[in-house]
Every structure is written in structure tokens, then in C-alpha cells.
Design a protein around this ligand. Structure first.
Ligand SMILES: [Ca+2]
Length: 198
């Protein structure tokens, strides 16, 4: 009985702290090393592949990539495509890449080439693959690569030969703590879009 009372009292005393934590979780905007809120698809170019994705803007603030039914002589069991852009990011300070996907039929993920000083890819990384709405993630390990890193980003859509599509909401490079907050609150805004959306 005494234990129960102590636990009850302890639990009550913890309540304000939990509320404070939740408040802090959503009170501060997200700081990004680089971000594209995908207000428009501008800045992203189609991949140099045969089946180029259709790029739509279903509504302001998101980009839909779609692939139709493949041609009758298509030799593969599935299809994929996407769009790309080059960026430079301080992955030392902002080591987590997150892409928010609002809707997907098939699969969605990002591919990332790490570029050398001549712009040549030296390795390729991949975010987690999504088959439904969520956050696709890649953690950049501390490495000997020069910081900031020159990166070639690709938003990928793939799936059945009958057709597939994915709607992306934003792409952000963030700190680990902000990545955890975004996983709980993906609607949180970034601090200053003019300074990061470049
Ligand atoms: Ca957006």
C-alpha cells in the first residue's frame, strides 16, 4: 500500500516534466543544414534513364513522381525512376537525411552519390525504403570525407510494371536530436526556409 502511494506520488510529480518535454518537442522549429520543402519540383531534373518519371505537383508543397504501365517489350520484373539534384551539405553538423513520403504505391527511397572535388561519384548511399507513408532515413557516419560534402541526391519511385507513384513532402538534413523530433512530429516547420532552401 505504501509502495503504491509512493508510486502514485512519484507519478504525479513527473507529470509536469512530461508536459514540458512534449512542449519542448514541438515548440522549437527544426534547424536544417540543407532542406527542400518541395514547394515546387524546380531544381530537380529527371534521371538520365529510359523511363522518365512523370513529375506532378498535386498541391503546393509536395511533388508526385509517377510511372505508367511499362511498354510491352519491357525486359525487367519491375520498374523505377526518379529525379536528381546536386547539393553541398555539412553532414558533420547535420548527419541525418530524412525524406518525408506522404503516399506511395510501390516503393520510395533516396539514393545519394558522394562526389569528389571533380564531381565524380565515389560511393552511393541509400535511405530506408518505404512501402507506405513515413520518413525515409540515412545516417551519415563520421568519415574522412571532406566536410561539407558534395552530394548528388535522387528521389526514387519504383514498383510494379503496371504503374507506381510516390508523393514526397520534404527533404531535410538535420541534427540527430531534430531527427528524433521529426519522427514524432513530421509536421514541424524548419527555422528559416530562405537560408536553407538553396
Ligand atoms: Ca512540403
Amino acid at each position: 500500500m505504501l509502495t503504491a502511494l509512493v508510486l502514485l506520488s512519484l507519478s504525479a510529480s513527473l507529470q509536469p516534466d512530461m508536459a514540458q518535454v512534449r512542449h519542448q518537442d514541438t515548440h522549437w522549429p527544426i534547424v536544417c543544414g540543407w532542406a527542400d520543402e518541395l514547394d515546387t519540383p524546380s531544381g530537380w531534373a529527371p534521371l538520365e534513364v529510359e523511363n522518365k518519371a512523370h513529375v506532378y505537383q498535386p498541391y503546393r508543397g509536395s511533388v508526385l513522381l509517377g510511372l505508367d504501365h511499362v511498354p510491352s517489350n519491357w525486359p525487367y520484373a519491375y520498374q523505377w525512376s526518379g529525379v536528381t539534384r546536386d547539393v553541398t551539405v555539412d553532414t558533420g553538423r547535420y548527419p541525418v537525411l530524412l525524406a518525408r513520403v506522404l503516399w506511395v504505391q510501390g516503393y520510395a527511397h533516396m539514393d545519394i552519390d558522394v562526389l569528389d572535388s571533380q564531381g565524380k561519384p565515389v560511393k552511393t548511399l541509400r535511405t530506408t525504403t518505404l512501402n507506405g507513408p513515413g520518413l525515409s532515413e540515412l545516417d551519415f557516419d563520421p568519415s574522412d570525407d571532406p566536410i561539407p560534402q558534395a552530394l548528388r541526391l535522387r528521389l526514387i519511385v519504383g514498383g510494379p510494371n503496371e504503374g507506381c507513384s510516390a508523393t514526397y513532402d520534404w527533404v531535410r538534413f538535420v541534427r540527430k536530436a531534430d531527427a528524433e523530433r521529426l519522427k514524432s512530429h513530421p509536421d514541424l516547420a524548419v527555422t528559416d526556409r530562405q537560408s536553407v532552401d538553396r
